[in-house]
Design a protein around this ligand. Structure first.
Ligand code: NAD
Ligand code: UDP
Ligand code: UDP
Length: 336
């Protein structure tokens, strides 16, 4: 909900003799999939200086190689669960593994990243008077009992399950954001991101779109987890980045859903990948993991009304762009 806005606290550096008109932007998790695309977009603006803080758990320097050495860019190896002292005007706080395989690998670390990491970035925002945007997730709705999910829905989340380090972690992160906003007047923005796909996703990170594309290119069966009728709504990464920047630059705290409302069952997704990438590939049903949400689709009324944002790229148009990137990285040429 949008609460009464406190007066903005300008960064003290704005008044120093070192005053620079450039916007200094911290992107935590900027070496990851969404973060690196966000950095590309921010760096297009010559008034922006970008600092990335990342511990390289799931991200990689490779994603940022075109910016390394650029005078407006800086990359810091840093874990957000430790305090960070930098002087910035805006913070995009993305640091957190997003794929179930990685966030379940060390669940205690995942919840520390969400809770202590967000607390540290809020402490930093408070000290320097920066505006901070958190990339929360559609997982805060859990296995939703309302469909599609509006921001007003409080969710159906298991607090003690194997996904809780991630979804409950993000819920606490949202709580911290609002408490710092109400108590300390910090300018906050919360995006609830729905499933996002595109170039630079980790090839073996276990998420469904990257799995299916890699499997199709390797001539391996597409592994549809049972029952296959569960749904997701997939947003292409350039649309996501536009939405995040609009939210940061706009006047609304959120939370605001950012996602593509086009909804597909996992069987439909497999059929589409098969049709577009490898018509000969087999589709195989495999066991699922616990607490898998049965359906998920964003209600994006708020993003449309408050940010003037809606996604432009349909799944059918986005998949081939990702295929191209995966072919290059896997070294699989297109058959003539
Ligand atoms: P990603 O795993 O590619 O990127 C996360 C980045 O954070 C990586 O570069 C990783 O090294 C870094 N990181 C992880 N823990 C860290 C720590 N303790 N300190 C510093 N850096 C750390 O994931 P992504 O898909 O780019 O997701 C980015 C953000 O968007 C995450 O906050 C995620 O929860 C959110 N999100 C993503 C999706 C999606 O579909 N991709 C959906 C909902 C929410
Ligand atoms: N913090 C940080 N960078 C800063 C300022 C604070 O990482 O520039 C961390 C700090 O270490 C603390 C957290 O942010 O753990 C919360 O800071 P806050 O000032 O809100 O709380 P306090 O330090 O009073 O507990
Ligand atoms: N999934 C699948 N095959 C795979 C990987 C995932 O059918 O190889 C399914 C999974 O059961 C879930 C959906 O795809 O229903 C999305 O899973 P993902 O891990 O990509 O994202 P999340 O569960 O976080 O939405």
């Amino acid at each position: 909900q949008v609460t009464k806005k406190p007066p903005p606290t300008p960064s003290p550096l704005r008044f120093s003799k070192f005053f620079q008109p450039n916007m200094r932007i911290l992107v935590t998790g900027g070496a990851g999939f969404i973060g690196s695309h966000l950095v590309d977009k921010l760096m297009e603006n010559e008034k922006n200086e970008v600092i990335v803080a990342d511990n390289f758990f799931t991200g990689s320097k490779d994603n940022l190689k075109k910016w390394i050495g650029h005078p407006r860019f800086e990359l810091i190896r840093h874990d957000v669960t430790e305090p960070l002292l930098v002087e910035v005007d805006q913070i995009y706080h993305l640091a957190c593994p997003a794929s179930p395989i990685f966030y379940k690998y060390n669940p205690v670390k995942t919840i520390k990243t969400n809770v202590i990491g967000t607390l540290n970035m809020l402490g930093l925002a408070k000290r320097v008077g920066a505006r901070i945007l958190l990339t929360s997730t559609s997982e805060v709705y859990g296995d939703p009992l309302v469909h599609p999910q509006p921001e007003s829905y409080w969710g159906n989340v298991n607090p003690i399950g194997v996904r809780s380090c991630y979804d409950e972690g993000k819920r606490v992160a949202e709580t911290l954001m609002f408490d710092y906003h109400r108590q300390h007047g910090i300018e906050i923005r919360i995006a609830r991101i729905f499933n996002t796909y595109g170039p630079r996703m980790n090839i073996d990170d276990g998420r469904v779109v990257s799995n299916f594309i890699a499997q199709a290119l390797r001539d391996e069966p597409l592994t549809v987890q049972l029952p296959g009728t569960q749904t997701r709504s997939f947003c292409y990464v350039s649309d996501m980045v536009d939405g995040l920047i609009r939210l940061m630059e706009g006047e609304h705290t959120g939370p605001i859903n950012i996602g593509n409302p086009g909804e597909f069952t996992m069987l439909e997704l497999a059929e589409t990948v098969k049709e577009l990438i490898n018509p000969n590939v087999e589709i195989k049903k495999v066991e699922n993991t616990p607490d898998d949400p049965r359906q998920r689709k964003p209600d994006i009324t708020k993003a449309k009304e408050l940010l003037g944002w809606e996604p432009k790229i349909r799944l059918r148009d986005g998949l081939p762009l990702m295929e191209e990137d995966f072919r290059l990285r896997l070294g699989v040429a297109k058959k003539k």
